[in-house]
Ligand binder design. Structure first.
Ligand code: T4K
Length: 370
């Protein structure tokens, strides 16, 4: 075992504790703990400004936000989605009684491959749920063109895509709705948290009612809503986190740059990158360990672990291989060759702003065999 402290795939950013105290004091003073209090409202406004979006609804976590997004647009029947994601993507469909239809991913950025979507559309298809995997944008134009042709809704699982831009615009403005996660492991975290980006005030209003049991006022309930409200403590923490977000993003960029340079030309290792022109927020640093590398992905994963470096095989196994999905026709491995290969080859290396240069160098040396 390593003499060093373990290094995990990520480490949450935390501001100095004393900077959080004044926020707590305000909560203690006004005793508004949840249900759309002042910090909740301030964080919504601050995130709209920061992200370049017009309407945002905060949630307890990304999964509840996904569930609610599907409810808000009354999605039913079948939804086309990617098998190459965290299980929450497909689980949100199953929880709404919707059948996921898995479509293979693009070999470069591992996002839903638009060229394969059309042949998966049936009379029951009502929407497409792509994922901006690793914070690298999908081909949103091609996806929207298909959705427009077939009159389908598009809900982006943008859990990884905080602050990602495409052609100078927030990628969160694409599609009908986008869903963010603010989980501890994400670029921007509120311990637990999430959000839905809406295109207009009416949609935001519907979502805000749905996340509060369907209440309109004290005595009026207009929908079978849920409790998805972010608490004041999480919202206050989010406001504080936002102050350090630019430095955190820069820190991630620097780590990503060092890995990319170190692995350039290394036989058998491919860094998963955004498609041409696409940006990334470097929320993950995925590499593919191909047949030209001297050992398998799992051997490299195990060797790093022996040295105290806990990379993660996001996203292995594929969602489509879990028991609640594998009986679906679209889950057959033959239907998903690119995603299946990626799941066997991928390894996400540690990336976070506080990753020390010397620790990153150790990881690089282990991967390059230096
Ligand atoms: N859609 C997509 C595409 C997603 O990736 C996710 C979540 C969602 C939807 C749902 O959003 P949320 O409902 O979660 O808001 C983690 C996260 O729990 C999950 O949020 C995330 N995706 C997924 C990709 O990763 P695990 O089980 O791998 O996390 P865990 O606990 O093993 O953490 C990874 C490493 O991070 C640990 O080894 C150490 C470090 N860590 C973790 C936590 C929680 C810390 O240092 N501190 C911490 O507090 O799922």
């Amino acid at each position: 075992m390593s003499k060093h402290q373990p290094i995990y795939v990520t480490q949450p950013e935390l501001p100095p504790l004393d900077e959080f105290m004044p926020y707590l004091q305000q909560i203690w003073d006004n005793r508004q703990l949840t249900n759309g209090g002042p910090f909740h409202q301030q964080l919504e406004a601050a995130l709209c400004r920061h992200l370049g979006v017009e309407y945002i609804s905060l949630f307890t976590n990304g999964t509840l936000a996904l569930l609610t997004a599907l409810q808000a647009l009354r999605i039913t029947g079948e939804v086309i989605t990617t098998p190459y994601s965290f299980v929450a993507t497909s689980h949100s469909l199953l929880w709404n009684g919707i059948t996921p239809v898995f479509v293979d991913v693009d070999p470069v950025n591992l996002n839903l491959d638009p060229a394969r979507i059309e042949s998966a559309i049936t009379p029951r298809t009502t929407a497409i749920m792509p994922v901006h995997c690793y914070g690298q944008p999908c081909d949103t134009r091609a996806i929207q063109a298909i959705a427009d042709n077939y009159n389908l809704k598009v809900i982006y699982d943008a859990a990884h895509a905080f602050g990602v831009e495409q052609d100078g615009q927030s990628v969160l403005n694409c599609g009908d709705l986008s869903v963010l996660s603010f989980h501890a492991t994400k670029v921007f975290n509120t311990f637990e948290g999430g959000a839905i980006i809406s295109p207009d005030a009416r949609t935001k209003q519907r979502i805000d009612r749905l996340k509060n049991f369907g209440f309109v006022d004290e005595t009026t309930v207009v929908a079978a809503g849920i409790n998805g409200k972010m608490s004041e403590i999480n919202a206050a923490f989010g406001l504080l986190q936002l102050k350090g977000i630019d430095a955190a993003m820069e820190g991630r960029r620097a780590v990503a740059r060092r890995y990319t340079e170190a692995f350039a030309g290394l036989a058998g290792i491919t860094c998963v990158r955004p498609a041409d022109g696409g940006a990334s927020n470097h929320s993950y640093f995925p590499i593919l360990v191909g047949p030209d590398y001297p050992e398998s992905r799992d051997a490299l994963y195990a060797r790093l672990k022996e040295h105290g470096i806990a990379g993660r095989r996001y996203f292995y196994p594929l969602i489509s291989s879990f028991p609640m999905y594998r009986g679906l026709q679209s889950a057959a491995e033959g239907n998903l060759p690119v995603a299946s290969r990626a799941a066997e080859q991928v390894l996400c290396l540690p990336i976070y702003p506080a990753l020390a240069d010397s620790d990153q160098q150790r990881i690089i040396d282990l991967v390059t065999g230096a």
